[in-house]
Design a binder for this molecule. Structure first.
Ligand code: ADP
Ligand SMILES: N[C@@H](CCOP(=O)(O)O)C(=O)O
Length: 326
């Protein structure tokens, strides 16, 4: 349940007084999500999402995230559009937290995406990259390779307890990536979503209808975003185990969808296996940290890291983009 901060009726009424959104008709906490408190808000003017930013989002980054959504929405890309209050500001304070109201997006997040939806997200991702090519704000990827050794520190024992021998796989993968230095490859860079998992994408049937949750967005290699999507969309659900079931049709559809809008350059194709390893490692590590630090009985259940260790093991055997169906 991702409602960490409660909003009183009086605080909501005072907050809405700053906007031209009419009167509240409905206001409900949203169970999905991990990072922030989200509320569904319906007013006499329409449907919205009210987000209160919690501790893991750095308040200094909020203008970057809000500007990014404004840029996308102004270009007609389907994403939540920040709503400005009467003073022209979208970012305000509610119950002592930074808060924003954004437009409501229609659609459902697929639990187990099919190849048509994988193609749709590939196209959507490339459209997003193109739409953000002239977004002029930048943000460093705070969860890039430089952060991984710090995330891994002190986790070996717990990793081996989850799966015997796991720490060896992670040590080797970290060493390989440090040697390959993905950051120094000259790949096209731009604004990436960096967390485009199925729960952050909406579809109406098989038709892509939009992207949400830009709070990991940053400036990085565009192909790294595609590598993240391959990890998140093209493997069968591991059910918390280290199972490795790469679905070639889904991966091929995702890449084909991406390339129908923005063809990959030869250097990006060549780097895809390395980027896919990095992406698997990044999500394994953050899940591992959450797994070992989240107290029992906490509001949000941590996600199992093992699935991403399985994906990492798969990527270590893939050496060409063709191996993913490209
Ligand atoms: N603009 C939106 N339109 C419709 N639903 C939304 C919107 N933003 C968020 N949601 C709903 O809120 C849930 C949590 O949002 P999300 O941004 O993923 O939270 P968190 O950043 O805390 O992980 C989503 O799964 C979705 O159900
Ligand atoms: N996608 C990440 C966790 C971040 O959660 P989100 O709800 O903010 O997308 C993972 O699966 O590890």
């Amino acid at each position: 349940m991702a409602v960490y901060t409660q909003v009183s009726d009086d605080a909501l009424a005072a907050y809405l007084d700053e906007y031209d959104l009419g009167k509240a008709l409905s206001f409900k906490g949203i169970a999905e999500g991990v990072e922030n408190s989200n509320y569904y808000l319906e007013t006499t003017k329409g449907r919205y999402i009210l987000t209160l930013f919690e501790k893991r989002v750095n308040a200094d980054d909020l203008p970057y995230f809000i500007g990014l959504k404004q840029h996308l929405a102004a270009g007609g890309f389907p994403c939540p559009e920040p709503i400005m209050a009467r003073d022209g500001k979208a970012l305000r304070t509610l119950e002592g937290r930074p808060a924003v109201i954004v437009s409501f997006l229609d659609g459902l997040s697929p639990r187990s995406p099919n190849p048509a939806q994988c193609r749709g997200i590939g196209e959507g991702l490339a459209r997003m990259h193109v739409a953000l090519s002239d977004y002029d704000k930048t943000r460093e990827n705070s969860l890039g390779p430089a952060a991984w050794p710090r995330l891994w520190k002190g986790q070996s024992e717990q990793a081996d307890a989850l799966h015997p021998g796991l720490s060896g796989l992670i040590d080797e993968a970290l060493a390989d990536i440090a040697e390959a230095k993905p950051q120094s490859l000259s790949l096209p860079r731009g604004t990436i979503h960096a967390d485009l998992f199925p729960d952050n994408a909406f579809f109406l049937g098989d038709d892509f209808s939009g992207i949400i949750d830009f709070y990991f967005a940053c400036t990085d290699a565009l192909a790294y975003d595609l590598a993240i999507c391959l990890n998140a969309w093209a493997f069968e659900d591991g059910d918390g185990r280290m199972a490795i079931d790469y679905n070639f049709s889904k991966g091929a559809a995702l890449i084909a969808g991406y390339e129908s809008v923005r063809p990959l350059q030869p250097a990006e194709r060549e780097a895809l296996p390395l980027l896919a390893r990095g992406a698997a490692l990044r999500f394994f590590l953050t899940r591992m940290v959450d797994w070992t630090t989240t107290p029992e009985g906490a509001l949000v259940k941590p996600k199992n890291p093992l699935e991403y260790a399985g994906r990492l093991a798969f990527h270590r055997k893939v050496h060409t983009a063709e191996g993913y169906g490209a």
